[in-house]
Design a protein. Sequence first.
Lengths: 232, 339
Amino acid sequence: MRLPWLLLAGTLLGGLAGCDLPRDPQGTLDRVTGGTLRVGAIIAEPWAVREGEVATGVEAGLAKTFAASLGSDVRWNFGAEGELLAALERHELDLVIGGLTRSSPWSKRLGFTTPYFTSQVVVGAPAGTLAAAGRLNGVRVLVREGSATAKYLEDEGAVPVRVPDLSAADGPVAAPEWELRRLGLQPGDHILYRRAHVMAVPPGENAFLVRLERFLDGQSGEIEGELARTRP
Amino acid sequence: MRAREAYRLPPDKQEKLRRAVRLEWATIAFMISIIVLLYFTLGSSQAVKTAWFEDILSLVPPIAFLIARRVEQKEPNGAFPYGYHRAISIAHLCAALALFGMGAFLLFESSMSLIKAEHPTIGTMRIFGHQVWLGWVMIAALVYSVIPPVILGRMKLPLAEELHDKVLHADADMNKADWLTGLAAIGGIIGIGFGLWWADVAAAALISLDVLHDGTKNLSSAVKDLMDRQPARVKDGEPDPLPDQIRTALRTRSWIGDADIRLREEGHVLTGEAFVVPAGEPPDLLALLEEAAREAEAMDWRLYDLAMVPVRSLPDPERGGGSRGGDAGAERAFTAEDR
């Protein structure tokens, strides 16, 4: 590789960087801008909640603000995760929200944003009663029934107590940090696992994805506050 | 068992071999740095993934070369009376298999993606406080991954020919495949940038054909060398002219009535038998044979342990079977069918 070649390649790349890349194969960003954003909402408190024909919640709020930034109106569709994501894969929706995390097996078939918010699932307790970090062995910890968290607790040697409702808890509870705070509990330091929250876009619509990721990046500071404002 | 005499490379070739060893270590070091770098920029781009996998596979030839080099240096002994030269041929087979496997994998993966019409999704990455499109990051990483193989491959090619080293040559082919796939991946990502989802996989599929071709060529050559075919040149796999030259040189001697030769490759070296029919009854035939063997071996540095066999007559070329003409004819037929 000689110098002229390197210069030529450099100039070409530089020229490309000047172009407005990436672009969408199906033109989602162009169509949505100033038009309609078709959002699929999976009901998952506190991320997306249905109120009549519209969605509220942390991610619904983000989607509304994002649509506003593009000058577009939101058209809400509610449904099951599989149904909405299958529609997204076939470009029948532009965005799906509702507590999706990066570990979803759908990530290979759709476009997932980079995580805009990562919640840490920890053990918390009323202020002042928190046991020393990492000492979970044999401790009875309350956990919402039907949650994967129970298995993580067992792996760490704790005794998960599966309950339908965490609001009456007076001892250690395992839940995401934001939820513990909402329950008035103090989160501990020991992280059981993380949930990296993402939104889903149609596969290959890279311009739209980049636009959404840039938007979400600017919002990351607000998420904790928004979560604290939610009520179960 | 009586072991062969140990083979010594001429000093200038030893120096070249040391350079080749240094080049291979450099290759391993660069490849590992590229593998690590690409790992962190791997997205859902098919071409980048393939380029990455290929960089891992491209560690096989240099490793095979370095191991074979170690083994080859051992002197012949009772357990291995013919020495360890074949280690190089085995390493060539390994390298060829890696190259072939890579081409096949590349072709399969990219055609599958093309058939399934997978739209690669490439988002952003946070770098120095900016959300940068990951495509740019991938291109930067790929540009880095392209440069070392271009340079290393070009440095290896002349060395491989001078050292008659087919592993090194296969490795240079592997480097070529490396930078070609790297460039194709860059083109593919730029294509994705312009909204052409198929650019990526199409580029990978195209490159895979070239890699598969190199792999097949090397694989066939490695297998044939292990089957003791006539010596072939490193550069293009054509028959080496050396056996003919030796035969001609032998026939010009006044005490030799007729002569023929049978050679095979053992890694770097060529070995085999020369058959001579003495003209009349020369006095001190042993001394003449020894001198002829010495002079024949001096014709090329690769010649090693050439056995000088005095025979009453060479088989009649007119008759088939094991005749000389038959041999040569068989060889010609083999080559013709083969190419």
